[in-house]
Ligand binder design. Structure first.
Ligand code: G6P
Length: 610
């Protein structure tokens, strides 16, 4: 989703801003722009529809020089994808702003600005903010006071960075519902939507809290809370690697991230299992006492993270014997769920900044939960900071919009969570030792599935001309079928649906003919016989079956049955293993169809608006 970079330095900032935008590209966007105060005190801006590369070409023809500037990648909400709607927006050639988020009282503010005789140049909610701030500064308020007064009038989500042509020594910013970090350099300071944008220039960051305002200059910065009381926020030294955003020789980030899975899953397990047991307090020192009290689990997440939660439900109910409810955050936040006594509220998120998941957590805070916990991939993210317990997946930076390694590390973490609960709810030492052994084998098993990549690439060729696909699974492979369908639709734009195989005859069977590929995740569990009956129903109607089965499944290929045997045996962790071929399938179908694999149209990596 939209990305912000701002800089105040003693050198030209155009290249810093451009590199920052490049590093924010993964968030998803459709236009980009930059505005810099020149040495002669003019606001100069360049904006382009499309990728950052288009902006960079425009800047080569029309360079922007100066020591204070703002830049932005826009993901359209109010108003189409046009140059006029791209940020930065400017008011009266004096105030320039970039905005991430969505302003809900947009219409009322628009009418007010139009009534004041100001001609709007865009259809955005963001331009209105520039004019509101201008009105304040032109009536004598400082830029920071003007921002504070304006922020109080905004309903919705925002991260804002603002620049005043008449005082380029200072940039101001604020956030509510969308992230904003301050980067601390030597004789220069920065603002950005995420720390990754600024890694080439600093490793020291301050994460603003909800409602915070900040003023940055070359020689320092000050943070204020929403009542304009000066506050001190903790300084973080980032451990992120500046090279983490390189493709490392792979054609796409997604392919690199698929191949990183053996290592990052091993990383997620590191120090959390020892000998034949789970490390008791790997969910934090308070977790032991807390988990003993837990009587029910509510898991809330969006997108791929939601699918991870769905896998966990099977495990938590079967292994820990605790009722587990899993729900999409955007639904949960607007209803009144019944919360049983001693329920633990759990969010799952790669980014830790997804607006709906964050709002759900805040809703949960108003309800009667035992405690809140997050399973998250980004340290210092809002979910981590606002949850009682936090468990880090260690997937590293994930750039591809379609989540891969974040998912497999989440599901791995969720097995650890299941075991941590089950220790207090009847799991035997032998069962724990078996699960630990399966976890230890996992990285090697993922590695062996990656060995059959070329077989999967060959299968993907059959899908190039297709417009629809159906994914089937049973038990823990049902959420994997959902994840497989999501991957395929996200990056190849083929319409894909997932069904629990047992539901086939209640509707989707009507779709089956000899054009429809049906992709099946078949793990040799007690449900295999049932699944085989469902597959016969597809075959009898001429459907083309693509079955990903483990070695124990003992299925045979035939005319309509393309069998891809995974070089692994069945285990409790089969859903993790079954995910890998579906990721590769989606990837190669997308490559064959020539889509933008890493940044699919209309999608964003980090969805920071509702
Ligand atoms: C977006 C991303 C998905 C992700 C979802 C939830 O839709 O494109 O890949 O699964 O958000 O994001 P989160 O960061 O909360 O896991």
């Amino acid at each position: 989703m939209c990305g912000i970079v701002g800089a105040v330095a003693q050198r030209d900032v155009d290249l810093i801003l451009l590199e920052g935008l490049r590093r924010l590209e993964y968030r998803g966007y459709d236009s980009a722009g930059m505005c810099i105060v020149s040495e002669s005190g003019a606001l100069n801006k360049v904006r382009r529809v499309g990728k950052v590369i288009e902006l960079s070409k425009a800047l080569a023809d029309q360079p922007l020089r100066g020591h204070t500037g703002l830049a932005h990648t826009r993901w359209a909400t109010h108003g189409g994808v046009t140059e006029d709607n791209a940020h930065p927006h400017v008011s009266h050639q004096r105030i320039s702003i970039v905005h991430n988020g969505i302003i809900e009282n947009f219409e009322a503010l628009r009418q007010e600005i139009v009534a004041a005789g100001i001609e709007l140049r865009s259809q955005t909610d963001s331009e209105l903010i520039a004019h509101l701030i201008y009105q304040q500064v032109s009536s004598g308020h400082s830029l920071l006071d003007a921002l504070a007064a304006t922020a109080q009038r905004l309903h919705g989500a925002y991260a804002l960075a603002v620049m005043d042509r008449d005082d380029p020594s200072t940039l101001v910013g604020t956030r509510s519902g969308s992230p904003l970090v301050v980067g601390i350099g030597l004789g220069e300071h920065f603002l950005a939507s995420d720390a990754g944008a600024l890694l080439p220039v600093t490793r020291q960051f301050v994460y603003l809290e909800e409602g915070d305002l900040v003023a940055i200059r070359t020689d320092g910065f000050e943070v204020y809370d929403r009542s304009m009381i000066p506050v001190t926020r903790e300084l973080f030294e980032s451990s992120l690697n500046a090279d983490a955003v390189d493709k490392g020789g792979y054609r796409h980030y997604m392919l690199k991230e698929i191949h990183q899975q053996p290592d990052v899953v091993a990383e997620t397990l590191e120090g959390r299992i020892i000998d034949n047991h789970l490390v008791a307090d790997c969910f934090g020192p308070e977790s032991e006492a807390l988990f003993a009290k837990v009587e029910a689990i509510h898991i809330i997440a969006c997108g791929t993270s939601y699918h991870a939660g769905l896998v966990a439900r099977y495990w938590i109910e079967a292994i820990a014997g605790l009722p587990c409810h899993v729900e999409i955050a955007s639904e949960y936040r607007y209803r009144s769920p019944a919360v049983p006594d001693n329920t633990l509220f759990v969010t799952i998120s790669q980014s830790g900044e997804t607006a709906d998941t964050l709002s759900a957590l805040r809703e949960a805070g108003r309800r009667d939960y035992l405690a809140t916990m997050t399973i998250c991939n980004v340290p210092e993210s809002s979910l981590i900071r606002e949850s009682d317990l936090a468990f880090m997946t260690r997937a590293g930076v994930e750039i591809g919009v379609a989540s891969t390694k974040a998912f497999t590390t989440q599901v791995t973490a969720l097995m650890l969570f299941t075991m941590a609960l089950a220790r207090h709810h009847g799991m035997s030492a032998a069962q724990e030792a078996d699960l630990v052994a399966e976890l230890r084998a996992l990285p090697g098993q993922i590695r062996s599935i990656l060995q059959i990549e070329t077989d999967i690439a060959r299968v993907a060729e059959d899908f190039t001309g297709k417009e629809h696909a159906l994914f089937l699974g049973r038990g823990t492979e049902f959420p994997i079928a959902m994840e497989g369908a999501l991957k395929l639709k996200e990056i190849s734009y083929i319409h894909a649906e997932a069904y629990a195989a047992g539901e086939l005859k209640h509707g989707p069977l009507a779709l089956v003919d000899d054009h429809l590929p049906v992709i099946v995740s078949a793990s040799s569990s007690e449900l295999l016989a049932k699944l085989v009956s469902n597959l016969q129903e597809v075959r009898a109607r001429g459907g083309q079956l693509y079955i990903f089965a483990d070695q124990d499944a003992d299925l045979v290929a035939s005319d309509q049955v393309h069998l891809i045997t995974l070089p692994v045996n069945h285990s409790t962790l089969s859903p993790i293993l079954q995910t890998i071929p579906l990721q590769l399938l989606a990837y190669y179908v997308a490559v064959n169809r020539g889509t933008d694999v890493d940044q699919p149209r209309n999608l964003a990596k980090s969805v920071t608006v509702e």
